[in-house]
Write a new protein. Structure first.
Length: 111
């Protein structure tokens, strides 16, 4: 295994990026929930803030696209590491991965 330290650094950064996107999505979901709850508590009509809500939901959708891209990049980097014998697996990647070849279905469900 060559360049093991590089592989470890990249593997850690991939995990950091994936978690950051997940956290951003969580925060946007909380914003949506808080906004809706606030509208209900203030007894405002459903159309109040609708345009802003649509903008926020569009942002959430774009984050889901980013998440899918980062996940695809993760898979691509794993292939590069294997092709060039760059060690990275011993870093302790502890996430459960989908077993089926069509594992993207799991990501679509979560996203």
């Amino acid at each position: 295994m060559r360049h093991t330290q590089v592989g470890f650094r990249v593997a850690r950064q991939v995990r950091t990026a994936e978690r950051a996107v997940d956290q951003a999505m969580i925060e946007v979901c909380k914003l949506i929930q808080t906004s809706l709850e606030g509208r209900v508590e203030a007894r405002l009509a459903a159309e109040v803030g609708q345009s802003a809500l649509e903008d926020i939901v569009t942002g959430l959708s774009r984050l889901a696209t980013v998440r899918a891209s980062v996940a695809a990049g993760h898979a691509g980097l794993a292939t590069v590491a294997d092709d060039y014998q760059i060690g990275w697996r011993m870093e302790g990647m502890s996430e459960t991965k989908p077993r089926a070849a069509g594992g993207n279905d799991v990501l679509q469900l979560v996203a």
